[in-house]
Design a protein. Structure first.
Length: 264
């Protein structure tokens, strides 16, 4: 019977990692890939039976590649600390990995809970991330610091699971703002080579809002959909402004050395 490794990436996720680990206790190996958390995440994960691997954070692409390298079994299922594998998804994973005609990589639908409700639109369902179930050696990630892409090394088609896992992305609005700040800084590094103006930053942000609120039917998710669209507006705007700041350098952040005048 093929064995399955699960890796969970985490940084200061002591409040969430227990539930993530508990949801994948069916796996043959659980690895928590930590980046030197300071809130006891690693110690808690170890006490729960997971193997903890410490990796210096150098972007999510590098982090996930190192997580794959730490897994020892034929099949790998990836989970973030804010995600939960449902019993239905676990059963489907077991069935797929035991099927001799299985593909080499599968995307997994995610159902998000936000502001007291399950989000059905806004680009948040089925909300596929990268393939989360795959054979070791069938894929790896690029080196982008955030919103990393995946590279399939299998000649088989990419499959899609039917059963969704759950995601609880934010515990409160402070966490929404914290994540937007962190991701916009990482994202700025990706686009700092582009030609950027304040007007283009605003136009990209406006498109991000309308894409999620109108074209991805966010308005059907009530106020939660509006908040998601506003969050995408802010995250996109600040990503471009931060990239512009990187381009301008010190000239944007500090005034020129003042001239000293002697008063007679």
């Amino acid at each position: 019977m093929p064995l399955i490794s699960v890796y969970i990436i985490a940084f200061n996720e002591a409040e969430k990692v227990r539930a993530a680990i508990d949801s994948v206790r069916w796996a043959d190996e659980i690895i928590v890939v930590d980046s030197w958390s300071t809130d006891g995440t690693a110690e808690l994960a170890t006490s729960l039976g997971a193997r903890v691997v410490q990796v210096k954070f150098q972007g999510f692409g590098d982090l996930r590649n190192r997580a794959i390298a730490a897994c020892t079994h034929e099949w790998i299922f990836s989970l973030d600390a804010d995600e939960r594998c449902t019993p239905e998804a676990a059963a489907e994973i077991r069935a797929l990995t035991q099927n001799p005609e299985a593909l080499d990589a599968y995307q997994t639908p995610r159902r998000n809970f936000f502001m007291g409700r399950w989000i059905k639109h806004s680009g948040w369902y089925p909300n596929y991330r990268q393939p989360q179930l795959f054979r070791k050696g069938a894929m790896h990630y690029d080196q982008k610091p955030v919103h990393e892409g995946y590279i399939l090394t299998s000649d088989k088609a990419l499959g899609h699971m039917q059963q969704a896992i759950w995601q609880f992305p934010f515990k409160n609005m402070a966490e929404v703002m914290h994540k937007a700040n962190r991701y916009s800084s990482l994202g700025a590094e990706k686009i700092k080579h582009k030609r950027i103006t304040m007007l283009s930053a605003l136009l990209h942000a406006k498109w991000a809002f309308w894409k999620h609120y109108l074209f991805k039917l966010g308005f059907l998710d009530g106020w939660a959909g509006f908040v998601i669209a506003v969050g995408n507006f802010e995250g996109t705007f600040y990503r471009y402004v931060k990239a512009l700041e990187l381009q301008k350098g010190e000239a944007w952040r500090s005034p020129a050395q003042p001239t000293m005048f002697r008063h007679d």
